[in-house]
Write a protein that binds this ligand. Structure first.
Ligand code: TTP
Ligand code: MG
Ligand code: MG
Length: 484
């Protein structure tokens, strides 16, 4: 293991909610909840102001509304978040060729491999500068952890949240880990956590005390051994530039070709379940379900279906695989079957996607036909939907966002990222002067400003509005925040 804290972990603070607050001046410093607003909707994330009420990711939306009735409830704008994520990842790639993104708002960077840091001081400087750059380019705050391993860097960024930077100095790792919950360690989810708790192990120190043999007895060889090493702060996992796992799949070759259609169907269901176990084991979910069939004559074909959001739900994946099988002729027999999932993500947001009306997910692979058809339809004026939080433009009043809609009315707040908090006006949903609009950049840059928003071009250089509330002013002294 290296001896200097040159592995950096970045995670943006309350990412989706922060983007919304940066877009909408009236929401800064306020409780904001982003998620699916329909009956089965769940919270994607909540601003730190909303977390005070106990609202958190993956909570059913109804529960969030009971806890924080006055929060702003917004439908996610995934494409916009993705574009901001790309800007952040670009900044990381400028630091090192070894950047390992874990999700839209999170990545490891090997600073040593990039030649930008070799000891604690240089690593800290790189982290401080990165946070300032992210702030300047996106207007948002991210928290940085620096340590000698991936595990510790991630723990450090968690400690740094929100809007901070924490360096774990080599030599202090074990003392720091000792009192922490076992759940802090990578690979300890709710199930393993419960299992350990029943054996009387709740802290990292207790893992060390239990010893490797006991851990192996409790969790099996690979997991027990790995976890014991992590508890001793031994983590040699390298930062890998591309996510190695592009897909998770399982397949079986049969000694004797299967002819019976029912049997083929059952095999596909079984493979789908095995695939889900792998997927979940790796803490992943995916959008594209792939079925592979090799027939008696060795002709091999694959069929795929892309869902609107990643899933790790066995029912959803089984059903998708079964639908795909319906389109394959298996007369003559099959010798191999496989089920895979690609388009991987670290979490599941299928519910959100299902309800993010208005946001058209960009397909990365083959798309279900009806999804394409839906995207091409032009709704009539009266049928247009106005998802809360999405951008609009009014012929007379300019750019704004949907604050709410219902009973044939839509309420719009007219403000832009660099304006003062704006006023609200109500229109009929079929008002021809009102149209859906693209998001405006959060930070206007000299080279970009002007084309869409003539009134704001003059302010192009003032990237950090002075009027931001305290929690947003991460630049200056705040940017270098460092806690032991
Ligand atoms: P996180 O980094 O886990 O959370 P966060 O950035 O909102 O807050 P924190 O300051 O604690 O890092 O996730 C990043 C984004 O991913 C989050 O803003 C919304 C989305 N997300 C979901 O859609 N569903 C989920 O269950 C989680 C955890 C995140
Ligand atoms: Mg985050
Ligand atoms: Mg994250």
């Amino acid at each position: 293991m290296r001896t200097a804290p040159t592995i950096l972990h970045l995670d943006m603070d309350a990412f989706f909610a922060s983007v919304e607050q940066a877009s909408k001046p009236s929401l800064r410093g306020k409780a904001v909840v982003v998620g699916g607003l329909g009956p089965r909707g769940v919270v994607a994330t909540a601003s730190y102001e909303a977390r005070v009420f106990g609202v958190h990711s993956a909570m059913p939306m109804g529960q969030a509304r009971r806890l924080a009735p006055n929060a702003a409830y917004l439908v996610p704008r995934f494409n916009f978040y993705r574009s901001i994520s790309e800007r952040v990842m670009e900044l990381l790639r400028a630091l090192s060729p070894l950047v390992e993104p874990l999700s839209l708002d999170e990545a490891f960077v090997d600073l040593e491999a990039g030649g930008v840091a070799w000891d604690e001081r240089s690593a800290r400087l790189a982290g401080v500068k990165l946070r300032a750059d992210i702030r300047a380019v996106t207007g948002l705050t991210g928290s940085v952890g620096l340590a000698a391993s991936k595990m510790l860097a991630k723990i450090a960024s968690e400690e740094a949240k929100p809007d901070g930077l924490v360096v774990i100095e080599p030599g202090t790792e074990r003392a720091m880990l000792a009192p922490m919950s076992v759940r802090t360690l990578p690979g300890v989810g709710p199930a393993t956590g419960d299992h350990l708790r029943r054996a009387g192990i709740t802290t990292v120190e207790e893992i060390v005390e239990a010893g490797e043999d006991e851990l192996v007895r409790l969790l099996g060889k690979a997991h027990g051994h790995g976890l014991h090493a992590m508890a001793l702060a031994r983590d040699d996992r390298p930062v890998v530039a591309e996510r190695e796992t592009k897909s998770v799949s399982v397949e079986d070759t049969y000694d004797v070709d299967i002819h019976d259609r029912t049997r083929v169907g059952l095999e596909v269901q079984r493979l789908a379940e095995r695939c889900v176990r792998r997927l979940r084991g790796a803490g992943l979910s995916g959008r594209t379900i792939v079925l592979k069939v090799r027939r008696y004559d060795f002709s091999t074909l694959t069929r795929s279906e892309t869902l609107r959001g990643p899933t790790d739900d066995p029912g959803v994946i089984r059903e998708a695989a079964a639908r795909l099988l319906d389109s394959v002729d298996t007369t003559g027999g099959v010798r191999l079957l496989g089920v895979g999932v690609s388009g991987l993500a670290d979490y599941t947001q299928e519910d959100l996607f299902a309800q993010a009306a208005g946001e058209r997910a960009v397909a990365e692979g083959p798309v279900e036909e009806h999804a394409v058809a839906a995207a091409e339809e032009q709704p009539s004026l009266a049928e247009r939907r106005w998802p809360a939080g999405h951008d609009v433009r009014h012929a007379e009043f300019g750019h704004g966002w949907v604050q709410g809609s219902g009973l044939g009315r839509v309420t719009v707040r007219f403000e832009t990222p660099d304006s003062e908090p704006g006023r609200v006006r109500t229109f009929r949903v079929d008002d021809p002067d009102l149209e859906a609009a693209d998001p405006l950049p959060l930070v206007l840059r000299g080279t970009e400003g002007g084309d869409e928003a003539p009134g704001t071009a003059a302010q192009a250089v003032s990237s950090v509005p002075a009027s931001l509330p305290k929690s947003w002013s991460g630049s200056g002294g705040g940017a270098a925040t460092s806690r032991p």
